[in-house]
Design a protein around this ligand. Structure first.
Ligand SMILES: Cc1cc2nc3c(=O)[nH]c(=O)nc-3n(C[C@H](O)[C@H](O)[C@H](O)COP(=O)(O)OP(=O)(O)OC[C@H]3O[C@@H](n4cnc5c(N)ncnc54)[C@H](O)[C@@H]3O)c2cc1C
Length: 307
């Protein structure tokens, strides 16, 4: 019997309440609106459900793909023959502990956590309010903007290994650097995160969040599907500036286009395929390298495809 089919059957028996979807289009789970179906997707709503799904998959020799809210993902048009796990959290998982700490489920939207912090007069997450995606994805990526990054506020992470064993990692163990963390090897599922913030004034926090959101709206092509910055910031440069200087603003292949508003973003103008995005990324990279000698590295995480 096909092992993913066997996994689905076993999970249905062991945990009937676990949400499973077969042949689930991954375009429904990515902000790029791109990606073919995955054979099986589990959407665990608790640590226990997630641990069971991971353990059962490991026993069958299946390595799951971990998904957050898909805002930094490019997925192959033909989809994935395999198993994807998307951890789901509700607002009940978000609590204040002590005067300045929040503990939150990793599946929550980062924006929900930032708004909660603001409502509780806790400062430190203003930078994160406009970053799409989940709290778990933000920790994985060490997401950042406007001089802030997750490394400044994450103090502890509860995660599960791919064998379903629980681990508690302290800030020092998280190996944060630019868009990188100890989780970047994909070997652990982040299930909850402790954030250490500082006391602030609600009105000031709210005003800062509104100001940063306005800056984002005025500069970024938020009206189109994308996965944010396509390439990482090369040391000493800005990817968007290099791409603009190479005359590539507005360049397009199929439905994929280098945004006219911000050259650092590849957007989906409506019908982009993964192949369109990859071909555009390859030519952008080649032209920028020829012009400047700088090699752009993708920031977007690729699933089932590569540059
Ligand atoms: C319009 C737009 C603006 C953006 N602006 C910014 C910005 O200012 N700064 C910035 O840093 N990023 C930005 N991004 C990129 C993206 O929002 C961030 O990288 C975000 O943190 C990804 O979170 P996610 O939940 O969507 O993760 P996904 O895209 O789903 O996944 C990204 C990676 O994280 C892993 N992952 C996700 N959740 C978990 C988990 N619970 N446990 C283990 N691994 C996990 C996945 O396996 C994958 O490798 C932007 C994106 C868009 C579309």
């Amino acid at each position: 019997m096909n092992s993913v089919f066997q996994l689905a059957e076993t999970l249905k028996k062991l945990c009937p309440q676990l949400e499973l979807r077969e042949n689930e289009p991954l375009s429904h789970h990515t902000s790029f609106r791109i990606g073919g179906p995955v054979t099986l997707m589990a959407l665990p709503k608790s640590k226990e459900e997630a641990a069971l799904a991971l353990r059962t998959a490991a026993n069958l020799g299946i390595d799951p793909i971990l998904l957050g809210r898909g805002s930094n993902l490019l997925v192959a048009d033909e989809g994935i023959e395999g198993f994807a796990l998307k951890y789901v959290s509700t607002l009940d998982s978000l609590q204040q502990e002590g005067p300045c700490e929040l503990v939150a489920g990793a599946g929550l939207a980062l924006a929900q956590v930032a708004v909660y912090a603001m409502e509780h007069a806790l400062s430190g997450l203003e930078f994160a309010h406009g970053i799409p995606g989940s709290l778990g994805g933000a920790v994985f990526m060490n997401a950042g903007a406007y001089d802030g990054e997750m490394a400044q506020v994450v103090s502890e992470v509860c995660c599960l290994t791919k064998q379903g064993e629980e681990e508690l990692l302290s800030a020092e163990q998280m190996g944060f650097s630019y868009r990188h963390s100890v989780f970047s090897d994909g070997s652990r599922l982040i299930v909850s995160v402790r954030l250490t913030l500082r006391e602030g004034k609600r009105e000031d926090i709210q005003a800062k969040m509104a100001e940063l959101m306005e800056r984002r709206r005025s500069k970024q092509p938020l009206e189109y599907p994308s996965a944010g910055s396509t390439f990482k910031r090369p040391t000493g440069y800005f990817a968007g500036t290099l791409i603009e200087q190479a005359g590539l603003k507005g360049a397009s292949i199929g439905g994929a286009q280098v945004s006219e508003k911000h050259a650092g973003f590849v957007i989906n103008t409506g019908s982009a395929t993964c192949e369109d995005v990859l071909r555009l990324m390859r030519s952008v990279r080649q032209i920028v390298q020829m012009d400047t000698g700088v090699i752009l590295e993708p920031e977007v995480q690729m699933i089932g495809c590569s540059l």
